[in-house]
Design a protein around this ligand. Structure first.
Ligand code: G4P
Length: 531
């Protein structure tokens, strides 16, 4: 194969995606089963076991151990059926969902995982909104079908109404008097009947493929359930008999799948369709126009910075999503924001938290780059030219506190710490006046972020700070003239602050006052995502 042919093939076989869900819908379980089917692990249960083992040995952040939650995220990479899959892992705890928001910017598609009893939940809604903002294709996987749940037709209808996206079921659950036994694949017309194993889904499940009218299918289902299935399929066809791939690519229709990550039922038909439908690395907008992933020049952006993964090395790892070209160890690139050249040294790829050095990587991949504090979230890196990718959105915080240090001589250290931690995306910092004014405020999407902040200020910046919770519960970036903004603060809000970049925000005491302001205030616009 020529160099060019290999280059194109490598990029086109990449599929980079993330799973979005409300806690407990089964993301950890599904991730593990995708790894099982992808051959990356041989026995399911090992991810959890490894996580437990890591907790016993790693002390990079005490809190992770104490609380048994995964605060940081990484990338799981595996090969399946000729594809190279990058599953961008995101924190399970919703207090760290800002991290998930940012990770979604690095994904080319997303899988929305739903619990069959709960349908769309609060966290699903927020994460879906981020996907919608980016117009990325979204798959729907309805999980836990092994136990009775909402009627599938109603569930799909609810998703459509709640999220404003059309849903096209690709697989449909087959249920008999014993429960969930298989799925009908509308794209192939095949029935997959799964065999219940006694190993709790540790291994791949036996999948017997039949035609819809095969005797064995009618025997297993029973005539009346079979008849009901035919009726449901007719109804689905009446609602829409073909899947519109272009509308899917624009994020307007979501192909839906039913299954049970726990028992593995329906996981493989989903994975196969996913690979057929999910986009290869897509072109991305930049300040220099659209960047084609097949362009030979390396480009990418930092979507996440993680400090102290390894307690022995107190440096940071910047996670870079490659947007075009190929990465080679030691290459020189330009940091477009700072105008500085930098060498991409000793990057690593991640299987959970074990690092392996990579020599090459292509558009669609994520590489971890060693950083000594030069990189920020949203920085673009370019081998040639100065293309800057669209920034990583910052979302309006929901928790606020003032940070102070008892010793005024430590204020400078506090400011440095806050600045660096906000560049890393660990917390958002707001000021009422200039840097020298009253103690700064911090804002977070989830309160656990504050605990991480205090811990890191103390251990990394030698600043023992105190947080004073503030009674604001919503914030919006606001655009308008000064007088109009002041009017909003007087009428509905509580305070006017600005972020580290100088953009003004209004802080509101509650959702109600925020809603009133949005409805009634004149001459200003409100933004949930930093403009
Ligand atoms: P999360 O990462 O989205 O938070 O969810 P996780 O995979 O940890 O799953 C949450 C719970 O749901 C777990 O039960 C898990 O076993 C269960 N679960 C996941 N997929 C399925 C499924 O397809 N069917 C059924 N019935 N349950 C499922 P748990 O009791 O909280 O934990 P565990 O003791 O089973 O580990």
């Amino acid at each position: 194969m020529t160099g060019d042919a290999r280059f194109t093939k490598e990029i086109q076989r990449r599929r980079t995606f993330a799973i979005i869900s409300h806690p407990d819908a089964g993301k950890t379980t599904l991730t593990e089963k995708l790894l099982l089917y992808g051959g990356a692990i041989h026995l399911a249960g090992s991810v959890k076991a490894r996580r437990a083992a890591r907790h016993a040995t790693s002390d990079w952040m005490e809190m992770e151990k104490e609380r048994g939650i995964s605060i940081t995220s990484s990338v799981l990479q595996f090969d399946y059926s000729g594809f190279r899959i990058n599953l961008l892992d995101t924190p399970g705890h919703q207090d760290f969902s800002e991290d998930t928001y940012r990770t979604l910017v690095a994904a080319d598609s997303a899988v929305m995982l739903l619990d069959n009893r709960r349908g769309v939940e609060e966290q699903t809604r927020k994460l879906f909104a981020v996907c919608k903002l980016r117009r990325i294709p979204i798959f729907t996987f309805v999980n836990k079908v092994d136990r009775p749940g909402e009627d599938p037709l109603k569930l799909i209808d609810d998703v459509e109404k709640d999220l404003g996206i059309a849903v096209y079921p690709v697989t449909w659950p087959i249920v008999n008097s014993d429960g969930f036994v298989g799925v009908f694949d509308r794209s192939t017309g095949e029935v997959h009947l799964f065999e219940r194993e006694r190993d709790h889904g540790q291994r791949r499940v036996t999948d017997n493929v039949h035609g819809l009218y095969d005797e064995i299918v009618i025997d297993i289902m029973g005539e009346s359930a079979h008849h009901q299935l035919l009726e449901q399929l007719e109804l689905l066809d009446a609602l829409g008999s073909s899947f519109d791939r272009e509308a899917f690519a624009r994020g307007e229709v979501s192909p839906a799948f039913f299954g049970s990550a726990l028992t593995n039922f329906g996981v493989e038909p989903f994975l196969k369709s996913f690979l057929e439908l999910a986009p290869a690395p897509t072109p991305r907008e930049s300040s220099a126009g659209v960047v084609d992933p097949l362009s030979p020049d390396f480009s990418g952006f930092v979507f996440k910075i993680q400090a102290n993964m390894d307690p022995k090395h107190r440096d940071r790892i910047a996670f870079v999503r490659i947007c075009s070209g190929a990465y080679e160890a030691g290459m020189s690139v330009l940091n477009v924001r700072s105008g500085k050249e930098m060498r991409l040294t000793a990057p690593s790829q991640f299987m959970a938290r074990e690092r392996t050095l990579v020599e090459e990587a292509w558009a669609g991949d994520v590489v971890g780059i060693h950083d000594r504090g030069n990189l920020r979230i949203g920085d673009s890196l370019a081998e040639h030219g100065t293309a800057a990718f669209q920034g990583i959105p910052r979302f309006s915080p929901e928790h606020f506190a003032r940070v102070s240090v008892p010793d005024p001589l430590r204020r400078k250290h506090l400011d440095t710490g806050l600045q660096q931690l906000s560049e890393e995306g660990a917390v958002q910092v707001f000021y009422e006046e200039g840097l020298t004014g009253p103690s700064p405020m911090v804002g977070a999407v989830g309160p656990l972020q504050f605990e991480v902040l205090l811990h890191r200020l103390e251990h990394e910046y030698n600043v023992v700070a105190t947080l004073h919770p503030l009674s604001y519960h919503a914030a919006r970036w606001i655009v308008g003239n000064d007088a109009a903004i002041d009017e909003v603060v007087r009428g509905y809000g509580r305070a006017r602050v600005h972020d580290a970049k100088g953009a003004p925000l209004v802080l509101f005491p509650n959702e109600w006052s925020l809603r009133s302001a949005i409805e009634k205030a004149e001459g200003v616009t409100f933004h949930e995502v930093a403009p």
